[in-house]
Design a binder for this molecule. Structure first.
Ligand SMILES: Cc1ncc(COP(=O)(O)O)c(C=O)c1O
Length: 442
């Protein structure tokens, strides 16, 4: 990234320049490297302030971890109360952890038992190990476009370019080929692509893992029968069905997207929104499966210094309490519907070949002419237009990650006025993009 131009963000840029001397690339996660605005100093409700004093309506929401709005007073108070009482002990159990597991069992009936860790990647790593450990089988199946954390078994085939989609497309160097080849790549909304693997590798597939809505490539929506079909196939084949609800969990319903879909997986991973930005994640499932962890005498190692941290547990309990006590879900769905309808109207007025999709609080504009079913349909997405739309919206004060296929989130703190102003800004941005020749060749 060039460092020479003055782009109107001198303070943020200076901090990032400092960061680059001591943090690789100046950021602690590669997808945070977006250029301006480089650094942030304040967060509150639906808003973020950058280091140069500009305010943004935040739809990035820390990749979806912010659910109620930044610095929700009830969640922050619960976390502070926990720190006033106890910190990390690392022996036995604390009441916070027990209450969190009990509460999760209430809101997520498939999670008869849960383990708690710090990040979604740890949760999905545990899920992969557990599935392989219990079945004694080698293969895992994921869909092209699904992201399940940065660790070896799943670090392949997310936003793959056409020439590598469905083929070997590692997210990183340094992964043993054997680990990559142990994960097979299917197509979302295509049960046949899954059946093919079960025919090719009979009794060798340990698990299918799927985001019920693959939000890592925007918002692919499950067609009727798809999730049910995955359930039926895994049951028939003795494989484990893992719903990775790290994004969809708590965001779309207290009981995860599985509650909306009416499909019960064997294992569920969750994280992000569950504690409104505090670091906590976990894995839940039936007692029969979960008691295979070494903590219960089983053979699958359960370890982690920070597992069950009281602060994360307290924040999760307070977040869940807030979700139970308020009209959060109907409210953000109404705002989401308003946003999607408003953006669709602008796009139709301007004759742009695009699709506005989403679920509940999540909205996405794909720059493709036809409705999208699976990743194959996204290969024709106009990535330049997508990035440019998000870049110009961000520069206008509406923070949307300027990378292709990234989704946007409405939180409990956004208002109808925020949504209306966003649609107005999108009208200006898309009109300008038309004038600048985007979409003209399509
Ligand atoms: C669906 C899904 N699973 C797992 C992860 C990994 O979570 P974390 O970044 O907390 O390790 C992510 C992160 O974006 C995710 O979107």
């Amino acid at each position: 990234m060039s460092t020479s131009t003055d782009d109107g963000h001198p303070r943020g840029r200076a901090l990032w320049e400092r960061a680059r001397q001591v943090i690789p690339g100046g950021v602690n996660s590669a997808t945070r490297l977006i250029g301006r605005p480089y650094a942030f100093t304040r967060a509150e409700g639906a808003y973020l302030w950058d280091a140069d004093g500009n305010r943004y309506v935040d739809y990035h929401a820390a990749f979806g971890a912010i659910l109620l709005g930044h610095r929700d007073p009830a969640v922050d108070a619960a976390a502070a109360a926990a720190t006033a009482q106890i910190d990390l002990v690392g022996l036995g159990v604390t009441e916070h952890e027990v209450r969190m597991a009990e509460t999760l069992r209430e809101v997520l009936p498939s999670a008869e038992m849960t383990i708690s860790c710090m990040s979604g990647s740890e949760a999905t790593a545990q899920a992969a190990r557990l599935a392989r450990g219990v079945t004694g089988r080698r293969y895992l199946v994921k869909v092209q476009g699904g992201f399940h954390g940065w660790h070896d078994p799943f670090a392949r085939n997310v936003i793959s370019p056409p020439e590598r989609a469905y083929r070997l497309d590692p997210l990183s160097s340094g992964i043993l080929p054997d680990s990559l080849s142990g994960t097979l790549i299917a197509e979302y909304n295509d049960l046949e692509s899954v059946e093919t693997f079960f025919h090719a590798f009979p009794e060798q597939i340990a698990a299918i893992i799927v985001e019920p809505i693959p939000h890592n490539v925007g918002a692919l929506l499950p067609e009727p029968g798809y999730l049910e079909g995955l359930r039926a196939i895994t049951e028939r084949e003795g494989a484990v069905l893992i719903f990775d609800e790290v994004i969809t969990g708590f965001r779309h319903a207290l009981g995860g997207y599985q509650q909306i879909a009416g499909v019960t997986p064997d294992l569920t991973t969750f994280g992000k929104a569950m504690a409104n930005g505090y670091p906590v994640a976990g894995l839940g499932g039936s007692r029969a499966l979960m008691e295979n962890f070494s903590s219960a005498g089983g053979s699958v190692l359960l370890a982690g210094t920070y597992n069950g941290h009281p602060v994360g547990a307290a924040a999760a309990l307070a977040t869940i309490d807030r979700l139970r006590d308020t009209d959060h879900y109907p409210r953000v769905r109404r705002l989401g519907d308003l946003m999607r309808a408003g953006l669709a109207e602008v796009i139709s007025e301007l004759g742009i070949p695009a699709q506005v999709v989403g679920e509940g609080s999540v909205f996405v504009v794909y720059f493709v002419p036809e409705p999208v079913r699976g990743y194959r349909d996204l290969l024709g997405n106009d990535d330049d237009a997508y990035r440019e739309f998000h870049r110009r919206m961000t520069d206008s004060g509406f923070l949307m990650l300027p990378m292709s296929l990234k989704r946007n989130h409405i939180s409990g703190a956004h208002t109808e006025d925020d949504v209306t102003r966003t649609i107005d800004a999108a009208r200006t941005v898309l009109t300008d993009m038309c004038a600048d020749g985007f979409f003209s060749g399509r």
